[in-house]
Design a protein around this ligand. Structure first.
Ligand code: FAD
Length: 381
């Protein structure tokens, strides 16, 4: 048993998985999460309802022994099912025969990870929002139910997502911190496609559905209960954009013209359209991720990417796996571990960030080209 006190901000997908790895290495690990416990209460809606889990993510889940349990609650998606405006559709397999990605519920996966973390002895503190870090005294501050609290740490991980407060605390007291954030011109809105009679699937179950329409698109991933979570990626401004769809009639007309095969599947389309939030999509690149032997960013806090390669969570899970491998190699030499961690991961994170932006162009427009449908093999979303 090592004696370092490790604090992780954020009990999201990456923070919860990281806690399991570190606890298994013998550390005392506490997580501080801004929201309430999603296992006990309905917490404010997070990002996408379901996610594509692929090999990199599965490898990490396998290392902590829960890959099989997670795959049991996942739906294999063997390829893209493309829907054209004239009602024709085509299926494109992913990779080689037998290769597929998996649709999994964000909530179920997060709860599974938190349950395992707790069973391993990780202390989870909910309703604690990080508000600052004092790097001289190694203390972190939280706002917790109206009062301020501070905690001492030996090692701190910022796993508090794309808008990370720990990253801000790191950045504000750093002489040469590089930071870049970029919003694409499209936002997204989720639209649920209900199940058919007896929980049946109204679209092909084992596929990721795409309705490519040039500069925008709709996608849908299957859920275990027969529903699909649809996501409309759509410009904020311009001739065809969210700013133009302000009335029920405009929404009805737009979907009837553009996604005619979707309209009969979603009886409360207009209600959902106005009820569900429109969210933005950001890429964050920053450096350095680490501070001496006592701090690192990880997951989206270090490298938030747009979702068009379906790799944000998978990359965050891979971060945890790589970090655990370095602990295996270097024991308690955290200066070396953290330095090597960012050297290994930063180039990969930058690469997937750029690939993800490029894949938006491919998904929303190239997949609409009939020539594209002749290609046999595709390797992303
Ligand atoms: P988060 O999931 O954001 O978790 C951060 C946690 O920190 C949250 O619980 C939050 O409440 C908490 N927190 C925030 N601020 C504070 C604070 N101040 N103090 C304490 N706690 C705090 N990835 C894939 O791999 N496959 C996909 O198919 C996929 N689809 C996506 C679809 C969409 C529309 C979007 C937006 C993203 C998608 N992603 C996908 C990316 C994926 O959601 C993220 O990469 C992943 O959630 C990152 O996990 P994380 O734990 O680093 O951050």
């Amino acid at each position: 048993m090592f004696h370092k006190q490790i604090i992780i901000t954020g009990a999201g997908l990456v923070g919860s998985l990281l806690a399991i790895y570190l606890r298994r290495k013998g550390y005392s690990v506490s997580i501080y999460e801004r929201r309430g416990d999603m296992r006990k209460e309905a917490v404010e809606a997070g990002r996408s309802i379901n996610l594509a889990l692929s090999d990199r993510g599965i490898k990490a889940l396998r290392e902590v022994g829960i890959a099989d349990a997670v795959l049991e609650i996942a739906i294999p998606m063997h390829g893209r099912h493309l829907h054209q405006p004239d009602g024709t559709h085509a299926f494109q397999p992913y990779g080689k025969e037998g290769q597929y990605i998996n649709s999994v519920s964000r909530r179920e996966l997060n709860c599974t990870l938190m349950d395992l973390a707790e069973r391993e002895g990780v202390v989870l503190n909910f309703g604690h929002a990080c508000t600052g870090v004092d790097w001289k005294t190694n203390t972190i501050s939280f706002a917790a139910q109206g009062s301020a609290e501070t905690r001492q740490f030996d090692l701190l991980f910022g796993a508090d997502g794309a808008y990370s407060a720990t990253r801000l605390a790191h950045m504000l007291q750093h002489q040469k911190f590089e930071y870049q954030q970029h919003y694409i011109d499209c936002g997204y809105k989720e639209l649920s496609i209900p199940a058919g009679p007896g929980g049946s699937f109204l679209l092909e179950k084992n596929a990721l559905h795409i309705w490519p329409r040039g500069n925008y698109m709709l996608i849908a991933l299957p859920n275990l209960d027969g529903t699909f979570t649809g996501t409309l990626f759509f410009p904020f401004e311009g001739e065809t954009s969210f700013e133009k769809l302000t009335t029920k009639e405009a929404v009805t007309d737009f979907f009837a013209r553009t996604f005619p095969d979707v309209v009969p599947l979603v009886p409360d389309l207009e209600d959902q359209f106005f009820r569900n939030p429109t969210a933005s999509l950001v890429t964050v690149k920053c450096f350095p991720w680490v501070r001496e032997d006592k701090f690192s960013l990880i997951g989206d806090a270090a490298h938030a990417i747009v979702p068009f390669f379906g790799q944000g969570m998978n990359a965050g899970f891979e971060d945890c796996s790589v970090l655990a491998g370095l602990v295996e190699q270097h024991g308690e030499d955290w200066g070396t571990i953290l330095q090597q961690f960012q050297e290994l991961r930063k180039p990969d994170a930058d690469a997937i960030a750029d690939l993800a932006v490029n894949n938006f162009t491919e998904m929303r427009s190239r997949t609409a080209d009939p020539k594209f449908l002749l290609q046999k093999k595709i390797e992303a979303w």
